[in-house]
Ligand binder design. Sequence first.
Ligand SMILES: NC(=O)C1=CN([C@@H]2O[C@H](COP(=O)(O)OP(=O)(O)OC[C@H]3O[C@@H](n4cnc5c(N)ncnc54)[C@H](O)[C@@H]3O)[C@@H](O)[C@H]2O)C=CC1
Ligand SMILES: O=C(O)C1=NCCCC1
Length: 313
Amino acid sequence: MDSPMILVVIGKNEVEEFLHYKDLIPRLEVALGEFSKPDREDIQPVRCTVPLQRYNGFLGLMPAYLAHEDFLCTKMVCFYKRESGSNLPSTRATVLLIDPEYGNVNAVMDGDVITAKRTAAVSAISAKLLMPAKSEVFTILGSGHQALSHYNVFTETFSFKQVRVWSWRRESSERFAQAALGPVTVCESVEEAVNGADVIVTATRATEPVLFGQWVKPGAHVAAVGACRPDWRELDDVLMSKAEVYVDSREGAAAESGEVILSGAKVFAELGEVLNGTRPAQREKTTVFKSLGMGIQDAVAAKLVFEQWKRHH
Ligand SMILES: NC(=O)C1=CN([C@@H]2O[C@H](COP(=O)(O)OP(=O)(O)OC[C@H]3O[C@@H](n4cnc5c(N)ncnc54)[C@H](O)[C@@H]3O)[C@@H](O)[C@H]2O)C=CC1
Ligand SMILES: O=C(O)C1=NCCCC1
């Protein structure tokens, strides 16, 4: 028998309505744990990238198969090294849900909200595991899409006394502070923004270091979200050498992370290994979580959206 060929299109508003951190975080924790098991069944190749030199960008293809759930999808994400003053988004993404048995596409979904929320949710998981026990000051470097989703999930999940933002342009930081649901202190420099911070998220389009180890308080946790090419950096060598480095995928970091490749820093663990209890969370040390994004994270989020969509239609 053939598969029923029904194709649905799920837009940004619906994805936003159906994807909640409270559901996403526990499912991501399970998926990251499964991914880091030596006998994992879920399949996720390292992102395949197609350079778009004319547009100063890349197309990234991110397929994933969640074996236990028999769920197959692929994200297609274009990312661009925009000019510093550009208001265009640096990433645009779409997710295709594919029937694993017949190969037809069941759904086409907006991938921008999925990318923003799953990335922020994974950084929040890293902070839950690795930030100092008494974390009071939270700093975000960058004021774009990822900065906002990180602000949302971090303030929803943790109680900080102060939230700070720094961005290249003061107007963007001020716009960010106005859009935020609680008080945000706008800082003039990275050094001022991170001085004494317990938790730092770097979510910029920088390709050279913006965060220097000499400014980072010993014991702080840094979730480094930008710099997703082997020759791009947000963090300097001092920070990479003084921190214990955690990643989402060792294989991904070895292939794609400028922070890891160029600094020569050793990766201590995948987040999934910490979740499985096979590697410790060194909360008392300075820690960096180098995030690159994974197809299985998109799959977890897309599955949640599709389940909710089916319940509502
Ligand atoms: N780890 C992951 O899973 C993912 C990582 N990303 C990466 O996260 C970063 C942020 O993405 P979005 O928020 O979507 O981008 P966006 O374009 O919305 O925001 C980028 C921010 O970086 C700032 N910026 C631009 N050039 C800069 C520079 N040279 N130095 C310092 N700041 C600079 C901009 O002013 C803006 O505040 C990008 O590098 C993107 O590739 C995006 C999606 C997923
Ligand atoms: O995981 C993702 O999605 C992305 N990661 C790096 C930058 C582009 C999107």
